[in-house]
Ligand binder design. Sequence first.
Ligand code: PEP
Ligand code: MN
Length: 334
Amino acid sequence: MIIVFKPHAEEKDVKRVLDKVEKLGLQTHISQGENTLVVGLVGDTTRVDPKRIEVEESVDRIMKVSEPYKLANRMFHPEDTVIDVSGVKVGGEHLTLIAGPCSVESEDQVLQIARDIKKSGADMLRGGAYKPRTSPYSFQGMGSQALDYLWEAKKETGLPIVSELMAEKHIDEFNEKVDLVQIGARNMQNFDLLKEVGERIQKPVLLKRGLSNTYEEWLMSAEYIMAHGNPNVILCERGIRTFESYTRNTLDLQAIPVLKRLTHLPIIIDPSHAGGKWWLVEPMAKASVAAGCDGVMVEVHNDPESALCDGPQSLKPDRFDSLAKELRTLKELV
Ligand code: PEP
Ligand code: MN
């Protein structure tokens, strides 16, 4: 349920209304726009008699939110949410470029890539430390050591770090060393992990869409994190499973305008895991910016032919360099 206050409603009148609903055991989430104040109510809204709220002088109208996601709902927060990732703004007018290897493989590798992407104007450095691999015999990531190498790369370049959290036991380490905590596609519906992330992760979260999940399921996962205490969620579309097998996944570009309508959270596109081929990254990244995404996350490797993970979909640094420039220009046009 949402209360929309009249423009220029007086603070004391607003407070009286909020006290009324809070006494009923409901939580209030305030969103102050340029002219209007919107307050979302979360909890057992059957306790609220809308007539008792509507009679208030300061209230313009009351709306029911029929969708099961409330905090993530655009109705709760009509303006775009802008999330601060260690000084880098995501959402609103910004175009955020995240780049880096699928997995950290050595200190040298990650430092070299970090220097290159920094020169190209990337905003953040990505790098997997703990990897969700289909096969138990594949490279599983360097774990804690990878986070230390990323930390070194951040010290030198100033780029905030994005890395995937796979298990609750690593939460403290991620709070210490990672700036944007990724929840990967395979864990999008790991509800126990989402609850822990909401309660204990103090950094913003990049929530990837599951392999075969609907928009509503994805937004409900964002809702889990938000309802458990972390409001700073960025969504990431990374391709979905379809009948097509030529590409690794199918990039769902429609997710951008649909999510812009349904939610106030920023949306980032990962064209690398979508297509699975490096030459698809450039056209799909451009299409994503044209469609209004808030950022792009791209896998970049200095030696993709020998990469331990996802080499075929990784751009070399010089290609990322030209892509980054084109995307910035395109953003201006859009
Ligand atoms: C990744 O970003 O390296 C990754 C494993 O992504 P996804 O969860 O989208 O497969
Ligand atoms: Mn990868």
